[in-house]
Design a protein around this ligand. Structure first.
Ligand code: AMP
Ligand code: ZN
Length: 475
């Protein structure tokens, strides 16, 4: 079945066709964190949805090149650095590190690139793009020295947000409270320096200043992914004005359709309201871990609902996540047991192997319908458990389900870290080996190493002493 996604641009479910079937990999751009504070779990709902998307594309055989930007200069980061009385770079660094740490806890695959807006290379690219927009008549410098995008000159402006601009239309110059813009909807590409910015400024043909938030993403995406992207994602709050502005800027410079598929994730809510810094109703990843939940449980809680459906965050939801993961773990333990038995349970009517059941992947093909995919997983758990209760699942079927799980889990990434249980025989040989080494009996130590190896284990001598691990050929 072909992959289908809901494209915010058309507001329709569309069959996924990459730019050029021969031009691999898929180019994917995902708006990353603004590092003025630790990201909250609402932000991570968006990043987990993007992770699911990337992993499913990969399961379907696509190679994905993903870029996630880090917004490390904007009004909020500048204000934060000023209040903390530290340089901007020092202020943002702590939140960049916290972001990477939390993403790892939630098992989010790292993007191929994490460009930072303040990197000189991208600042230059922003200045270059703004200059092109000015020469194309799409931007102008206003009396306040800032440079603005002229939305009236870009006929497609408003198409992504399905926003009717006529109400904002104006013919003459509109005097706005803060700015001297031609049109109230014109947005800043380059913000002229003012005292509040302190030492945060770059030279430009328009005087000292700093980039607007929207141009940052256009510059980083076109610099790293070229003139057209297959998929661009973010939360729904990014649609307008951020992504609308990105389209105007990128297409205004490149003269080509910027993004083929726009995918946006609905919000994580608390008591029916968007989880947001400004509403002070947020939790961070460490907040959740401090209540003794694991990153894996939080990943499940944020993953389990279709990305276009708002998800209410509750502690009951966290407990349900824990229960669901325990059901999966118990099931895997049982399957492993049955798979090991040589003359294991005989298969009867439940010989149906998962290989014939593609429902999980088909559900994800259908606009990442994770709820249906998980529904299929738990129904399979119920059925196979029943078959095992009745002694009706043979070893080969159990193994087939384990293989099926392995493939499905390459998308979900929910399996518990395997606990390393060293068999007593191997532990005993390892102790013997230590004694031999203490006695400098190298021959015996080597023999013991070989015996340990023959049992499927490997001894690695580390600074903290010998460590046992399954050797590679044992999988
Ligand atoms: P920001 O750091 O505010 O630029 O946001 C980073 C990403 O998180 C963006 O894609 C936002 O759309 C997304 N986001 C922010 N709040 C939420 C929320 N409550 N639920 C889901 N996504 C969110
Ligand atoms: Zn962005």
């Amino acid at each position: 079945m072909a992959l289908r996604f809901f494209n915010t641009y058309s507001r329709e479910i569309e069959e996924f066709e990459p730019r050029d079937p021969a031009a691999r990999p898929i180019k994917m751009y995902t708006c990353g964190p603004t590092v003025y504070s630790r990201a909250h779990i609402g932000n991570f709902r968006a990043y987990i949805f993007e992770d699911l998307l990337q992993r499913h594309l990969e399961l379907r055989g696509y190679k994905v090149h993903r870029v996630m930007n880090i917004t490390d200069v904007d009004d909020k980061t500048i204000r934060g650095a000023r209040e903390a009385k530290v340089p901007l770079a020092k202020f943002t660094e702590q939140f960049k590190q916290a972001f990477f740490e939390d993403a790892k806890t939630l098992r989010i695959k790292a993007a191929d690139e994490f460009p930072s807006a303040t990197d000189q290379r991208y600042i230059e690219r922003m200045i270059e793009m703004i200059s092109t927009l000015i020469s194309n008549g799409l931007a102008y410098q206003a009396d306040d020295k800032s440079v603005y995008f002229r939305i009236n000159k870009f006929p497609n402006y408003g198409k992504l947000a399905h926003f009717d601009l006529t109400q904002l239309q104006s013919t003459g110059r509109v005097k706005h409270d803060e700015y001297d813009k031609e049109h109230i909807g014109d947005f800043a590409l380059w913000k002229a320096w003012d005292e509040e910015d302190g030492d945060v400024k770059w030279d430009s043909p328009w005087g000292p200043g700093r980039p607007g938030w929207h141009i940052e993403c256009s510059a980083m995406s076109t610099a790293l992914l070229g003139d057209q992207i297959d998929i661009h994602c973010g939360g729904v709050d990014n649609i307008f004005p951020h992504h609308e502005a990105e389209i105007a800027q990128s297409e205004g410079v490149m003269g080509k359709k910027f993004v083929r598929y726009w995918l946006h994730c609905a919000h994580l809510l608390v008591d029916g309201q968007k989880m947001a810094k400004s509403l002070a109703n947020f939790y961070t990843v460490p907040d959740v871990l401090s209540k003794s939940y694991t990153g894996r449980e939080l990943r499940y809680a944020l993953l389990r609902v279709h990305y276009r459906v708002p998800l209410n965050f509750t502690w009951e939801g966290m407990n349900e996540a824990r229960e669901s993961l325990t059901r999966i773990e118990d099931w895997l333990v049982r399957l492993r047991e049955v798979a090991k038995q040589e003359n294991g349970q005989r298969s009867t009517s439940y010989a149906e192997r998962p290989t014939e059941k593609a429902d999980f992947e088909n559900a994800l093909d259908d606009d990442l319908n994770i709820s249906a995919a998980l529904g299929f997983l738990f129904e399979s758990i119920r059925e196979t458990n029943r078959a095992m209760d009745e002694g009706k699942l043979d070893a080969a079927s159990a193994q087939a389900w384990l293989d099926w799980w392995k493939r499905s889990d390459s998308v979900l990434d929910l399996e518990a870290e395997a606990e390393i249980v060293v068999p007593p025989e191997v532990a005993h040989l390892s102790e013997e080996r230590e004694n031999a080494r203490r006695e400098k009996n190298w021959k015996r130590s080597d023999d013991l190493r070989d015996q340990i190896f023959a049992l499927g284990w490997e001894v690695r001598d580390t600074k903290e002493g010998p460590k046992l691990a399954r050797h590679a050929s044992c999988g």
